[in-house]
Design a protein around this ligand. Structure first.
Ligand code: C5P
Length: 206
């Protein structure tokens, strides 16, 4: 069983994907990490994030070990990832990677922006997890605060709106709700309620 989870930045899709993977005993791939790793490789090599040849080469050379690098997790890397991810050659290079992962015999949970639309169009379950931009900014703000990265709420909101626009407006695999996806709006749901809504869908009750 492949479970495809898409949604905008800070929608709670990552937390949900991890819990679903644990619950159903499936491997999980946070595909945002792949784009973040490409961005990190370019920054480490002092290359321009928007250089298509360098970005494609970095994507083709990606190694699984890099995905554990803690530097991938910061919001600056998310922003850098959204610049490299708009390049079709980068997306093409990462597509095989993601499809190989999704092809595991038991299935998999993948979360990202284009899993239900491009990477796994035949996924058994497609979820689109979203929340209002203000609520996503509040959550991200709280998380950064907790990590000792104080930043103004307004700056977090501006960041989220900019990333939403870049991910939704690009030509290559833009952020879209797949036709057969079930939308879970977590604006008024906590993580447990979102998890229950998702398992209801997976188990055929939703
Ligand atoms: O989800 P995360 O914040 O880690 O993603 C970082 C960036 O990577 C996103 O803003 C998006 O531009 C890109 N991305 C993508 N397709 C995916 C996953 C992430 O374009 N499947």
């Amino acid at each position: 069983m492949v479970i495809a989870i898409d949604g905008p930045a800070a929608s709670g899709k990552g937390t949900l994907a991890k819990r679903l993977a644990l619950h159903y005993g499936l491997p999980h791939l946070d595909t945002g990490l792949l784009y973040r790793a490409v961005a990190l490789a370019l920054l480490d090599a002092a290359r321009d994030l928007a250089d298509p040849a360098a970005a494609a080469a970095a994507a083709r050379g990606l190694r699984a070990e890099v995905l554990d690098d803690p530097r991938l997790r910061g919001s600056a890397m998310g922003e850098a990832a959204s610049i490299v991810s708009a390049q079709p050659a980068v997306r093409a290079a990462l597509l095989d990677w993601q499809r190989r992962f999704a092809g595991a015999p038991e299935g998999a949970v993948l979360d990202g922006r284009d899993i239900g639309t491009v990477v796994c169009p035949d996924a058994a379950v497609k979820l689109f997890v979203t929340a209002s931009a203000e609520e996503r900014a509040r959550r991200r703000h709280r998380e950064l605060d907790g990590r000792g990265e104080p930043i103004a709420y307004e700056a977090v909101l501006a960041d989220i709106l900019r990333r939403d626009a870049r991910d939704a407006d690009r030509d290559a695999a833009p952020l879209r709700v797949a036709e057969d996806a079930v939308v879970i709006d977590t604006t008024a749901l906590d993580a447990d309620a979102a998890f229950r809504a998702a398992t209801d869908v997976v188990d055929g009750r939703g």
